[in-house]
Structures are given as C-alpha cells and as structure tokens.
Design a protein around this ligand. Sequence first.
Ligand SMILES: Nc1ncnc2c1ncn2[C@@H]1O[C@H](COP(=O)(O)OP(=O)(O)OP(=O)(O)O)[C@@H](O)[C@H]1O
Length: 336
Amino acid sequence: MIEFRNVTKTFQTKGQAITAVEKVSLTVEAGDIFGIIGFSGAGKSTLLRLVNLLEKPTEGEVLINDKSLTDYTKKELRQQRRDIGMIFQNFNLFTSRTVAKNIAYPLELAGVAKAEIKHKVEELLRFVGLSDKAKHYPEQLSGGQKQRVGIARALATSPRILICDEATSALDPNTTADILQLIQKVNKELGITVLLITHEMQVIEAICNRVAVMEEGRVIESGTVFDTFTNPQHATTKRFISATEQDLPSAHLLEKWSGSQLYRLIFKGDKASDPLLSQATRKHQVDVNIIYGTVKELQQRFFGNLIVSFEGEEQKIQAVLQELRQAIEVKEVAIA
Ligand SMILES: Nc1ncnc2c1ncn2[C@@H]1O[C@H](COP(=O)(O)OP(=O)(O)OP(=O)(O)O)[C@@H](O)[C@H]1O
C-alpha cells in the first residue's frame, strides 16, 4: 500500500547538506498498523512528510498503491491528500471553531453539501465517543478528548491511510491507552491502514503489528513486532526494549552463580503457559532454580525468558534439557 524504495531525503541548509532519511526501503501493507520508532532526530518525521506529500525524495521513490507520488497530476495529488488522514502530538485543532466545526473543516474544504456534513460529523462524533461535546471549544476539552476530535477530523474525508505523528506523546498513560485503543478501532472497524511514528516502545507493543527502527536516517531493523522485539539484533533496538532474549542480570548478581551452568529458556506463544519445566524436572527428579527472567504479553502472544540452573545428577539434568529442547529454545548462558 505504501512503499519506500531506496528513499533518501537531503536538506541543504547554510551550504550544508543534512541527510534526514537515507536509503530507506520499507513496505506498509494494507491493513497494517505499522510503527516507526527511533530517538529524536532519527528521521521519523521526515519519512512521514514524504508520505503526506509535504516533501519530495531527493532520491528513490514513495509509492502509494503501486503508483509513484511523483507521477501524480495536481488533481490526483489533491485527491490523494484526502485519502490520507493525519493526527498530531499537539492536536492542531482550530481554537476558534467548535468540536463539530473542527471535524467539518475538511468536508467544507472539499465542497461537501451542508446536510451531508452534518450527518457525517454526527457519525464521527459517535465513533470517537464525543457526541455530547459537539458545541464545545477545544480549550474546554482534556488532551485525550482533543485527540479524539483530531481523529474524527482526520477521518472526515474517509481516508484509507491514517498517519499518526507522536499522537500520544503529550498524553498521560491511561489516556494514551484509550487513544491507542481508538486507533486500533479505526484500523479494525474501518479497515484503515495506520502508519505511526513514536519514540515510545509501549505504543508499538500495544497496537502495531509491524515495526521499523530508525537511527540516523536509516532503518536499522524491521519486521513483525513480536520477532523484532523478542530478539532484537541492533544495540539501539535493545535500548527501547525492557525484556529481550538477551536479558541478563547484573554481573554482581551473576557472581553468585559463577560455579554453576546457567541456561536460558525461551518460551513463545502457547508454550509459555504449558507446565513444561515442572513436568520435566519432576519426571527426572531434578531441582530447578529460577534466577532471573520475565514472562510478558506481546501482540497477544506470550514471551517468556527465564534464566535457570539445575541441581541433580548430570545425566538427569541432560535428560531434562533434552526434553525441554523438543518444545522450547534452550541456550547455555556464558558468564563472563
Ligand atoms: N526542513 C529541514 N531542514 C533542515 N534539516 C532538517 C529539516 N527537517 C529535518 N531536518 C533534520 O533532519 C534530521 C531528522 O529530523 P526528523 O525531524 O525527521 O527526525 P525525528 O526522528 O522525527 O526527530 P524528532 O522526534 O525530534 O522530530 C535532523 O537532523 C533534523 O535536524
């Protein structure tokens, strides 16, 4: 649906070239909630501006529905803009317009008949849960309510793509969760593809199915959220994530186990809820120490990552390991 083909964007400022986006190739499929995560200055906003046609690539192409944006006529570009809704960190509402008038704005611009606008605005207010706030002004609303208005306005022209630019960064955690749920509803119930940028890991974990990690203009890692975040390859990706396959306790704590062989057990999906460990250790009369680890939910799947040591006869420990290896991933942990 949205494809970046080897896209580079360079800005010339004061005789200096700044490459904000460098050789980015990415595909956002129809129906995705695709998240782009990166620290400040990574190039995320520039990438979005290339999709909503505010910037042109210096090199490479951005395609929407297999058509390069540079091939569009002016009229087609106007139509294309209506096909892309956008919401912002600071909501960008018109302070002098009521909630209903804010939502109506893109429809007024498109020359839609008054009666139709009224009907559409009512429908959108219901969808975002603000029917009782139609006549309020933005200053009378909470941050979460303002973002709901932003979402309703972005949906007014019935777009096929919703772009979210740090849409929850100004909100508290509970309100963030509500807005993310609403974005998910936009995706599921209206079939709208979502492209979002964020510097917050929990946003990606909560609603995205695919993710790209950006650093210094480049995409350094991308894939499904589950694979990318349970087994990150790049140091920057690891900095975003609280629980990964590589997690270890501090060297100070590990010292205590310096004479023992430690194992990392990685459970994914249904395996995390099976009593594999207790069954295998009981069967072979081996004791297990759980030293460190987490079990968390990611994309409606379990991800468990435990560091353990076993006590018992070596032969029996090997039998436990063999049994576990048939169902889950088992790695020896090297203590430095
Ligand atoms: N119009 C511009 N002119 C010159 N440099 C720019 C322009 N827009 C962005 N840049 C530079 O490009 C780089 C990437 O910026 P961008 O805003 O895309 O990053 P970001 O990941 O969105 O960061 P942030 O979250 O802080 O907005 C930065 O070094 C920025 O200073």
